[in-house]
Design a protein around this ligand. Structure first.
Ligand code: NDP
Ligand code: 8X3
Length: 253
């Protein structure tokens, strides 16, 4: 029987790469995001509607989510894998200069949207004894200046993943929190409102993770034997590591 993966945020970055990787391994995919043109092009590339079902909705719109789930074709109704990937960071400035609407958008997408789609698909994932891969971040573990609400949303995703495992004990469902570091996708362009220079400067010379690397990791997590669960997996490029704590010192006279 062909397995089905439901991948949110599949119009670019990790989500699109994961759809490609799973289809290469014989899966069918439900690919979701807001940008219909991107999803249509990806579905075509993946082999058309028999292989990839497109569901266009905003993660913040639970009614649209319901309609998309109700419209799943028969061959895509069994959900063996949910990749909770859609998300974003907005802003790089300190909390005291942030825009509250941007904070709300991150919470609504990265937390509320993720929770809603999980709640709606959980019965199907349980029925299939499937696997959920939640995309958290190193930002869940390591705070950094300008991370404020984004770090908070990813810490939520990590703890939600671990607590889900407790509740799902005995169901056979596996849940993983994948926590990547610096990865070159559209992430920084989105975060900076389209500042290509900022994005290029961040990644140049750093040999960041690629979306394909993350797709390979997700494929590995979901392909492990059914008795093995990856709880959390933090992954960084070799070029990225930790710095000493910052210490603020009063100016000396
Ligand atoms: P991209 O910006 O390339 O992809 C983000 C995806 O999320 C897009 O497909 C976008 O689709 C979708 N998305 C964003 N907002 C919404 C929304 N309101 N409704 C529906 N879909 C939405 O970034 P990445 O691939 O890098 O990011 C994927 C995930 O990985 C995110 O959760 C991010 O926080 C996380 N992450 C990224 C890291 C990195 O360094 N790149 C590191 C660690 C974690 P569309 O705009 O078409 O709706
Ligand atoms: C994305 C990685 O370090 O920019 O989650 O927060 S980071």
């Amino acid at each position: 029987m062909t397995k089905v993966a439901f991948i949110t945020g599949a119009s670019s970055g990790f989500g699109a790469a994961t759809a490609r990787r799973l289809v290469k391994d014989g899966w069918k995919v439900v690919i979701t995001a807001r940008r219909a043109d991107r999803l249509a092009a990806l579905a075509e590339e993946l082999g058309g509607p028999d292989v990839a079902h497109v569901a266009v909705f905003d993660m913040r719109d639970t009614a649209a989510m319901d309609a998309a789930i109700a419209a799943l074709p028969p061959a895509f109704q069994r959900i063996d894998c949910l990749v909770n990937n859609a998300g974003l960071a907005l802003g790089v400035g300190p909390a005291q200069s942030c825009d509250l609407a941007e904070w709300q958008q991150m919470i609504d997408t990265n937390i509320s949207g993720l929770v809603a789609i999980t709640h709606k698909l959980l019965p199907r994932v349980i029925e299939a004894k499937g696997v959920i891969v939640n995309i958290s971040s190193i930002a869940a573990n390591w705070p950094y200046p300008g991370g404020n609400v984004y770090c908070g949303t990813k810490a939520f995703v990590q703890q939600f993943s671990l607590a889900l495992r407790c509740d799902l004990a005995g169901t056979g469902v596996r849940v993983a929190s994948l926590e990547p570091g610096m990865c070159e996708t559209e992430f920084t362009l989105v975060r900076t409102g389209g500042n290509k220079q900022f994005s290029d400067n961040l990644y140049t010379g750093a040999e960041p993770i690629s979306a394909g690397d993350i797709a390979e990791t997700i494929w590995w997590i979901v392909s492990l034997p059914a008795h093995l669960n990856i709880n959390t997996l933090e992954i960084m490029p070799v070029s990225q590591s930790w710095s000493p704590f910052a210490v603020y010192r009063k100016p000396q006279a």
